[in-house]
Write a protein that binds this ligand. Structure first.
Ligand code: URA
Length: 210
């Protein structure tokens, strides 16, 4: 049974995603767009955060106004492309703790290879937002969610700017409880594991390493 997927079809998101896809978009603009798209995905992904009334004074009156309940959050960046996303999301939720999971994709097997993992110790008490701009084969996302669950995480949402059906199916086959929030579901993967039409290698485009 498939798990939950939210595609953020807002025109602003779609516009910025098209600019991100454009091969002539350079690293500076690419980082800015990825950062803005992350904020817009996070806005959607955090729609169900609970609020509680807090007593405060406006310049005019005293009253009860909604503020986020003290539920703890964690943002986990899959290195390296997820780093821009975690920096961005911290502007919205500066009190969130940040973790990092380092995985790279073996170019021959396309399987994820873990080389680093550091996540908040109290992750079991936190709502976790896992950040990876590209949900392609799904191998890295599944490996990262495995790592997070082994560390005790119980509530995980995956934010990916771009995804494909293969990746979504793979994540939900292994972790049907993980909601995926994405700006678009593209057609397919090519023989090299790249998303089509896609935007190329997100890490290289973010950091100009191509
Ligand atoms: N990772 C990327 O950066 N791009 C893709 O198209 C697939 C995986």
């Amino acid at each position: 049974m498939p798990g939950p997927v939210t595609v953020v079809g807002h025109p602003l998101v779609q516009h910025k995603l098209s600019l991100l896809r454009d091969v002539s978009t350079g690293p500076k603009e690419f980082r800015e767009l990825a950062s803005e798209l992350t904020l817009l995905l996070a806005y959607e992904a955090m729609r169900d955060l609970e609020t509680q009334p807090v007593r405060l004074k406006t310049p005019i009156v005293e009253g009860d106004f909604p503020m986020l309940e003290g539920k703890k959050l964690a943002v986990i960046a899959i290195l390296r492309a997820g780093l821009v996303m975690s920096d961005s999301i911290l502007r919205l939720v500066p009190a969130a703790k940040v973790g990092h999971i380092g995985l790279y994709r073996d170019p021959a097997t396309l399987q994820p290879v873990a080389y680093y993992s550091k996540v908040p110790q109290d992750i079991s008490e936190r709502r976790v937002f896992l950040l990876d701009p590209m949900l392609a084969t799904g191998g890295s996302a599944v490996a990262a969610i495995d790592t997070l669950k082994e560390a005790g995480a119980r509530s995980i949402k995956l934010l990916s700017i771009l995804s494909v059906p293969e990746g979504i199916e793979k994540v939900h086959a292994a972790h049907p409880d993980t909601e995926i929030v994405t700006a678009a579901i593209d057609e397919r993967l090519n023989d090299h594991g790249y998303i089509v039409p896609g935007l190329g290698d997100a890490g290289d485009r973010l950091y100009g390493t191509k």
